[in-house]
Design a binder for this molecule. Structure first.
Ligand code: G3P
Length: 222
């Protein structure tokens, strides 16, 4: 499963990028608003920093407006993916863009039927918002399960990109179901590293090593 970071914050992206575990980035208007900078300038910085796909969202709601913005976004860099909302105009735009070879990510997807429509239009990614579904008392992962199964049934190439992730269990479930991508908020990725037994185990190993160093000194000294 690919790991994308769901953030527009350069510092937070850099925190994980250098380790080589980040495959891409997703942004949205809310995440860019949080940074406060000119959103296109900020998107350009992220696109330059990250070698993998970076989703940047249109804000127009009509077909013509979306196409105009999508074309501008697609010019920003080779690794850009245009994020389009799951509306009728949005799907029309996705069809046009996919025919022109522009990569798209259909966002605000809450049902497998919506995902099926997005795939039909040629979307590169489809983004089910699992956390927002859970918040409503629905089971977001059930929707992901259906999407993965349906796409498998028909050999559909559109990738399931699990979004609106709230905690590490969401990642685990997404991976169990065979989702293609999880876009992970930095604080959730941070939590995935942690285990009390790792900390305790390392402390014990280091303490035991110290007893050897007392006897033999620095054994790595050349
Ligand atoms: O990028 C879209 C998505 O991940 C938003 O998540 O937490 O605002 O529901 P959230």
């Amino acid at each position: 499963m690919k790991f994308f970071i769901d953030s527009a914050n350069l510092q937070l992206i850099k925190k994980f990028l250098y380790m080589g575990i980040v495959d891409g980035i997703t942004t949205n208007p809310s995440l860019l608003a949080k940074e406060g900078a000119n959103p296109i300038e900020q998107a350009k910085k992220i696109l330059k920093l990250v070698p993998g796909p970076v989703s940047v969202e249109v804000v127009a709601t009509d077909y013509e407006g979306m196409i105009k913005e999508a074309k501008a976004i697609s010019q920003l860099a080779k690794n850009v993916v245009v994020k389009i909302p799951m509306t009728k105009d949005g799907i029309h735009a996705v069809k046009t863009l996919s025919m022109e070879g522009i990569k798209t990510n259909v966002t605000l997807v809450f049902s497998a039927n919506q995902a099926l429509i997005a795939a039909k239009a040629g979307a590169t990614y489809v983004s089910p918002f699992v956390g927002r579904l859970d918040d409503m008392g629905n089971n977001g992962m059930e929707v992901v399960r259906d999407m993965v199964q349906i796409f498998r049934n028909y050999g559909i190439k559109t990738q399931v990109l699990v979004a609106s992730i709230r905690h590490p269990i969401h990642i685990l479930e997404a991976a169990r179901l065979g989702a293609d991508v999880a876009t992970i908020p930095p604080d959730v990725l941070e939590k995935m590293f942690n285990h009390a037994l790792t900390d305790a185990g390392l402390e014990k190993f280091l303490d035991d090593w110290k007893t050897l160093e007392k006897k033999y000194g620095d054994v790595f000294k050349t």
